[in-house]
Design a protein around this ligand. Structure first.
Ligand code: AN7
Length: 363
């Protein structure tokens, strides 16, 4: 091989790690930011609160290069776009897809267009899309309106659609399931995750199926999808027109991977269930405060749901449970700060003032 830096670029990231399992050429130009290989962290403090002998692991996807799981699908989708000569990509997004699309397009030197619902995406995600040089188009509508538009425009204009209706996205995202099996040495008993457009639950189920086709004696997990109660079409089993939730990432009423997600649920013996915004925020804070792990509100719905289903016995004692934390907490600083009752104190820059606070704080 040639120079060290070339090797480094070529052999980092998902496409380098799983060349035989992904539909792009790993020996041609690969657009990667070193995504994947995120930690699977065993919770140490929360399980003790649940009166159940469960083991809970979180797959911390917030540690991907742009801070969400979307990077897994985007490395494959953008690599495929570039390898087939595309000069631009487009997506509709509740925020994370736009951040990932913008970053990978910047890396590839192509143009990205992102359509977002005005006023309804978290601050960090908007900052990312803007910094990476995406053409940001806000619409006076929601994600589902944006999705309808990008599907139409990509038929008529020379842009590659990189939402999860692009099969390369699902292919990239399935690698998270491979990593979990490699880390645990087996599949978990239950895999819990947030469901919006339902691309990710589709991708994980495919990943587990593919992995175990090679090793038929192993079992696959039960797939459990949680939604915010104001945006829960899978729970009501019908699409909804006005989804609402503080977890803006999953403020989606017309999921694109409807049939695939329902198959994942049925084939694995799983279920869909809702959690309210208050319950989501409470668990986001519990995870940050008790385990030192900061995820965004949409991600916390997976653990909020799992905790509920552990307490009510749907997830039995003795189970190994994995919850995917899809995005980093820093994506949405506004929601985080607004739910912290105790604001920082301000004092004079004097020793006594600090000492007094420390002594009070130890009581
Ligand atoms: C943090 O960015 O749909 O069920 O446009 O950002 O695969 O849609 C984001 C979705 C969960 C839901 N958690 O995943 C977008 C977008 C976070 C997310 C989901 C999203 P899917």
């Amino acid at each position: 091989m040639n120079s060290t830096s070339e090797n480094h670029n070529r052999y980092t990231g998902l496409i380098a790690r799983y060349p035989d399992r992904l539909p792009v050429k790993s020996e041609a130009q690969v657009i990667s930011l070193g995504e994947g290989a995120t930690p699977l962290i065993r919770l140490q403090n929360i399980p003790g609160l649940l009166e159940s002998e469960v083991e809970i692991f979180v797959k911390y996807e917030g540690l991907n290069p742009t801070g969400s799981f979307k990077d897994r699908g985007m490395t494959v989708a953008v690599t495929a776009a570039v390898q087939t000569g595309s000069q631009s990509i487009i997506c509709a997004s509740t925020g994370n897809t736009s951040a990932a699309a913008a970053a990978y397009a910047a890396r590839a030197g192509i143009v990205s267009f992102v359509i977002i619902p005005e006023g309804k995406i978290a601050l960090g995600k908007l900052a990312q899309a803007m910094m990476h040089g995406a053409k940001v188009i806000q619409i006076e509508g929601n994600f589902d309106d944006g999705m309808r538009l990008v599907k139409q425009v990509s038929q008529e204009a020379p842009v590659t659609l990189v939402n999860s209706v692009n099969p390369n996205r699902i292919e990239g995202q399935k690698t998270a399931a491979f990593e979990i099996v490699e880390d645990l040495g087996r599949a978990p008993d239950f895999h819990c995750l947030p469901v919006g457009n339902a691309g990710n639950i589709t991708a994980y189920w495919r990943g587990y199926q593919e992995y175990f086709n090679d090793q038929l004696t192993e079992t696959r997990p039960t797939m459990v999808g949680y939604q915010a109660s104001g945006a829960a079409p899978f729970v009501s089993d019908e699409m909804i027109d006005r989804p609402e939730t503080i977890a803006t990432a999953i403020r989606i009423g017309h999921p694109q991977s409807w049939d695939q997600a329902k198959s994942a649920k049925e084939e694995s013996g799983g279920w869909f269930a809702p959690r309210t915004d208050d319950q989501i925020l409470e668990v986001q804070k519990l995870l940050a405060g008790r385990e030192g792990i900061f995820c965004e509100p949409a991600s916390a719905v997976s653990l909020a749901g799992a905790i509920h289903d552990i307490k009510n016995g749907h997830i039995p004692s003795g189970s190994k449970v994995v919850c995917t934390l899809t995005g980093h907490g820093l994506k949405d600083p506004d929601t985080a700060i607004s739910q912290c009752g105790e604001k920082p104190v301000t004092v004079k820059p004097e020793l006594d003032a600090i000492k007094e606070i420390i002594l009070r704080g130890m009581e």
